[in-house]
Design a protein around this ligand. Structure first.
Ligand SMILES: NC(=O)c1ccc[n+]([C@@H]2O[C@H](COP(=O)([O-])OP(=O)(O)OC[C@H]3O[C@@H](n4cnc5c(N)ncnc54)[C@H](OP(=O)(O)O)[C@@H]3O)[C@@H](O)[C@H]2O)c1
Length: 300
């Protein structure tokens, strides 16, 4: 199978590359899959003509894994048009192309499609109600994909993604914690961090699974985040504990830390559907954080 992965320099794109390389090295990759990883310069999702040009000039794909996205949540408030082009209109175009090529799509969305007011973990069929521009563009992308591809696509909603690559909450805390004696971090936004390497493993499991490979499967949304329920404040404390950083973490409320984009209060998601459909095991956030931080240390 020819598998296209967009966003190759992003956290998830890089994590998938690492997993694919490891899988090939240990000889697990029995199927003759060919992965093609592309970046913005190869395929620019902000440009209709770049998207057409890329697919017109390349052989057909069997699967498109779309890791590229406009992910700057605060900046999206002012940049809603560009965010909408990348997170919504480009998805429409990808869906039409996938239909023409009879390709499947694996696409990613966010816990920020929800308003966070639920006191229970969100299930896939709960009604979305995004409270920021980023969430609205991601929801529009989900809806466009479902409308244009009623079969052959899956949408994975994830949350609080971090990895050993690029800028994320873990790398920001490590930097700030080494510079300062104390920090204030919000303690009234609850959710679960997701280690990008765990999500990459899950994607490879899904691709191997019969339920995904069978042609004509109804398009589905699945939730994926690591197990456990914490606040950003607890997450920061654990990062410092693992790294033995002496930095006091003061709990504050979201009101004390205003940001251009509002954040949902509680975005814990129920993962039963993806676990049952693809027989996936999901690690607890704490063990995955330890794994990521061990790798970060080795890179230093
Ligand atoms: N990060 C999170 O906390 C989080 C939470 C929930 C859901 N998600 C979703 O999970 C997915 C993966 O997120 P991530 O954290 O891996 O994102 P990321 O690290 O920000 O990477 C996004 C990638 O998209 C690429 N990109 C941006 N604009 C593009 C354009 N116009 N054309 C082509 N590529 C473009 C970026 O390219 P450059 O490297 O050139 O900038 C980057 O490689 C996304 O769908 C995101 O919405 C993320």
């Amino acid at each position: 199978m020819r598998i296209l992965v967009t966003g190759k320099n992003g956290q998830l794109g890089r994590s998938i590359q690492k997993t694919v390389n490891a899988d090939t090295k240990i000889g697990n990759n029995q199927s003759p899959n060919e992965y093609i990883f592309v970046c913005r310069e190869d395929l620019d999702l902000s440009s209709k003509s770049s998207i057409s040009h890329y697919f017109d000039n390349n052989d057909k794909f069997d699967i498109i894994i779309n890791c590229a996205a406009y992910t700057q949540v605060d900046r999206a408030e002012q940049d809603a048009e560009l965010a909408n082009q990348i997170n919504h209109l480009a998805i429409k175009q990808l869906a039409n192309i996938a239909n023409n090529q009879q390709a499947k799509i694996i696409h990613f969305s966010t816990d920020y499609v929800f308003d966070g007011e639920s006191n229970k973990p969100y299930i896939e069929t709960d009604t979305p109600n995004p409270i920021n521009a980023y969430g609205r563009t991601k929801l529009a992308g989900e809806k466009a994909l479902q409308a244009l591809m009623p079969i052959n696509a899956i949408i994975i909603r994830t949350s609080w993604l971090y990895s050993e690559y690029g800028n994320n909450f873990v790398s920001t805390m490590l930097k700030l914690g080494k510079e300062r004696d104390e920090l204030s971090v919000v303690n009234d936004q609850m959710g679960s961090p997701t280690y990008a390497a765990d999500l990459a493993d899950a994607i490879l499991e899904i691709i191997k699974h019969k339920k995904f490979r069978d042609v004509g499967q109804t398009t589905q949304i699945y939730n994926y985040q690591n197990e456990g329920d914490i606040s950003w404040h607890e997450f920061a404390k654990e990062i410092f504990k693992i790294e033995k950083i002496e930095c006091e973490v003061n709990p504050i409320s979201s009101h004390q830390y205003p940001t251009p984009a509002k954040r949902p209060r509680n975005t814990l998601m129920n993962k039963d559907k993806i676990v049952e459909a693809f027989n996936i095991k999901i690690s607890n956030w704490s063990s995955s954080l330890n794994t990521c931080m061990t790798l970060l240390k080795q890179q230093q």
